[in-house]
Design a protein around this ligand. Structure first.
Ligand code: ZN
Length: 189
């Protein structure tokens, strides 16, 4: 069973505090987990560029793509590497900057009331068994601390704008483990 430290920092994972963080608005309980994928450069795995990106220290000269995003300030609470390592960038009591313009169940600004979980990956490649082995206990730990009522993908809260976590994400496994939660309609249909 995972334990939590003050502010919503999870024991047993690496902490890399991001400056891209804010307070959750008063009264906004954490009720949603948003699943993403990310890789830098896109579709390439293994570097530490995502960590650099979430810490505002991505080298714009290191890759042509990086110059286009170097001034973008984003973060997520968690990042699950291909080998299953989990890195936390934002305490879960605080607001990370992962969803952008978004809406879930007619409620805007998902960052206010959600946890962002990034999987190192892309829309065109399967996630690894190690990532799922890390994601399941992470979701259990989140549910033990927060009144999570739903799990959705970035594509579900920002349709038409975002496509992650993409067609390879195993929603059936999420549904099997969290049958009591609200899941995207297309998953449960
Ligand atoms: Zn995303």
């Amino acid at each position: 069973m995972s334990t939590w430290q003050a502010g919503g920092w999870l024991d047993g994972v690496r902490w890399l505090p991001s400056p891209n963080v804010g307070e959750r608005p008063a009264g906004s309980e954490v009720s949603l987990v948003v699943i993403h994928n990310i890789s830098l450069p896109p579709d390439e795995f293994g570097g530490n560029w995502v960590e650099d990106f979430f810490l505002n220290r991505l080298d714009p000269a290191a890759h042509p793509y990086f110059a286009t995003i170097a001034n973008v300030q984003v973060s997520a609470h968690f990042y699950v590497r291909r080998d299953g390592r989990v890195i936390q960038f934002v305490g879960c009591d605080q607001r990370a900057w992962h969803a952008g313009q978004s809406c879930w169940c007619e409620r805007d600004n998902c960052n206010d009331y959600s946890i962002g979980v990034e999987l190192e990956g892309s829309d065109v490649q399967p996630f690894t068994a190690e990532q799922y082995a890390a994601l399941w206990p992470l979701l259990d730990a989140l549910r033990a601390r927060y009144p999570v009522a739903a799990i959705a993908g970035h594509s579900h809260v920002a349709p038409g704008r975002k496509t992650d976590p993409g067609p390879h994400f195993d929603w059936a496994a999420v549904a099997a483990r969290h049958a009591d939660l609200a899941l995207p309609a297309e998953i449960t249909a």
